[in-house]
Structures are given as C-alpha cells and as structure tokens.
Write a protein that binds this ligand. Sequence first.
Ligand code: HEC
Length: 137
Amino acid sequence: MQQGGPLNAVDVCAIKAPQIARDLSEQSGWNIRRVSLKNRNASAAADAWEQSVLEEFELQLSAGKPSKELEYGALVDGEYRFMKAQVTTPLCLKCHGSNLAQPLHEKIKMHYPNDLALGYQAGEIRGAFSLSFKPEP
Ligand code: HEC
C-alpha cells in the first residue's frame, strides 16, 4: 500500500493474501481460507457453518463485543474449525467502500464481475479467516 498506491494494493489483496493462505495451509496442515457473506472472489463464499458463525459475529459486534475478540472454534463433523473476523478500517474502504477511485473500480470490476464486497463502512465485518483441520482417524 505504501509503494504504488491502491492499484498495486489490489494485487496484494488479490494475489499475495491468497498466496499467504496457501503457503500457511501447506506448512501447517490446516486448510486456511478467507470467507465473507458478501464475497468478492467467487471462491470466498461462506458455507453454511461459516455463514452462521459470521451472523453470530454480527450480533456480538452490535452488542458491543470488541472486534478483536470475534473468534470461534468448534469440532464439526470430526473436523476442527476456527474462524476469526476481519473488521474494516478506513483503509479497506478504498476497495470495499462506496466511493472507489475510477481506475481502481474498473480494475476490480474487470477481475470480479460478480463482486459483492462493496459499500462497507469502517468498523463492519468484512469477512473472516476460516481454518479447518481434519485429524488422522
Ligand atoms: C487495494 C484494494 C483493497 C484493499 C485496500 C483491501 N482489499 Fe480486501 N480484497 C481486495 C480484492 C481485489 C479482493 C479479492 C481477492 C481474491 O481474489 O482472493 C479482496 C478480498 C478480500 C477478502 C476475501 C473475501 C472476499 O470477499 O473475496 C477479505 C476478507 C478482505 N478482502 C478484507 C479486507 C480488509 C479487512 C481490508 C482492510 C484491512 C481490505 N480487504 C483491503 C481488494 C482490497
């Protein structure tokens, strides 16, 4: 974000962040994804369990729970699952807010024609990291 501004930062969020998730997955044996109720990348749609956890995070946040504490883990069908919410800061709104700079908006639309991840305000839940791990039987 420091060098190159938002146009390059698209590549950070679009290429680097997914790459880091893949690398961490390979190293740790955990499956690590980013998910959202309003996803930008088609593969970031939340599954049923993730949806219910994200909805619970929304309730907790509006009840005043600090955003850093929005996390939840459970054993689901023999799999360890864990989620940690990602809450928007003003910086995020450059690409997930309502008034995107024009060239940036064009670039995002080109890559993500079905983008839902717009119109956010600071302090809202953008999505979550979602981790899962299946222990050996
Ligand atoms: C410069 C543009 C830019 C900024 C700034 C940015 N994002 Fe993103 N974000 C993207 C793009 C592009 C994607 C799609 C990445 C992909 O294809 O996996 C994305 C995807 C995501 C996802 C994955 C789920 C989905 O909708 O596909 C999350 C979660 C997310 N961003 C959160 C944030 C948060 C939180 C911030 C601020 C801390 C932020 N982003 C700042 C451009 C940006």
